[in-house]
Design a protein around this ligand. Sequence first.
Ligand code: PHE
Length: 340
Amino acid sequence: MLEELIRSWDGEEVVVRFDEPTGTWMFVCIHSTARGPAGGGMRMKVYAEPGEALGDAMRLASAMTLKMAAVDMPFGGGKAVLAVPELFDGEARRGLLLRYADLVASLRGTFNTGPDVNTSAADMDVIGERCGYVFCRSEENGGSGNPGPHTARGVFHGIRASVRHVFGTDSLEGRSVLVQGLGNVGAPLAAELAAAGARVLASDVVPDRAAGTDFVPAEEVIGTECEVYAPCALGGTLNAETIPRLRCRIVAGSANNQLAEPEDAERLRAAGILYAPDFVINAGGVLNSLGAEHLGWTREQIEERLAAIGDTLAEIYARADAADMTTEAAAEQLAVARLA
Ligand code: PHE
C-alpha cells in the first residue's frame, strides 16, 4: 500500500521515519516547492494503519500547495503526519517532538512546519528548541502563536462573501450557521458569527464545548436545516452519502479536504449548494503566521489579506457561474495558473 501510494502521488518528496521509542510513523510530504519552500502543519493522530496516515499527509500536502497559490503566498505546499499509537503527553510527547524537529531540521528548509490537528503553539516551542524551520511558536518565544483565530477571521470573511453571492446581501443578521467542531478555529468562528448577529448552531464530539450555544448532536449535523454549514472539524464530511441529506444553501468552513472525492464538487453543484473551496477559505492561518513571521507584515496588512479571502471567493464564484463549472474547479484553475 505504501509503495502504491508513493508511486501514484504527484508530489516532490516523501520522507518516512519510524520512531522506535514511541512506535510512531512520521511522514513528511513535500508536494511542491515551485512557489517557494514548502510550508504546512504537522498533524498528530491515531490511524488504523500507516498507509492511511501517508495518504492523509499526501492529500493535505497537495491542498497546501493550492492554498499558498490561491492566496498568492511565496511558499510551496507540504504536510507532516505523525501517526501515533496514542496521543502522548508529558515527556513522551516532548521526546517525540524533539525527534520530529531533528527530522525537519535535516531537510534544511525545504519544509517548514506549523501546527495542525492535535498540535499547538506549545508543541511548536518544543520543536523550536532544535529546529529553526517552525512557525507559530508562542508569542513569548518569538512566534505568531495559535493561528486558529486568524483562520477563523478568514472563514468569517468567506462566509460573508458566500452569503452575499446567494442572498444578495452580506449581512449575517439572523442567518443560521451551523459550526461543526469547536476547536482552535470553530470556537473563535462561532463567537465572531454570534457577534455579527448570526444564529449559531454548534456541534462537537465533546458536547461540553458547545455549552451555551444551540447544540446539535454530532450525528445530526448533516440533516440539520441551516443556511450555512461550516465544517470545522476533520475532512471528508462531504460525500456521496451525506450530500443528498444536506439541508443548507452554503458550505463554508475551515476543515481541510472537505470533499471525500473529486466528484463531490459536482454533487454539491447539482444539489444547488454553494461550496467555498476549503483551501481558499481556510488560508487565514498561513496568511497570518507566514505573513507576520516571514514577510514582515503589519496587523493592518494581515487584516487586509484576511478580508481579501472574501474577494477571492467572490471572484471564484463569478468565474464558476460564467463557465458553468464547479467552484472547486474554478479555484483550482486560479491556483494552478500561479504554479506555472
Ligand atoms: N494547519 C494549517 C493549515 O492547514 C497549517 C499551518 C498554519 C501551517 C500556520 C503553517 C502555519 O492551513
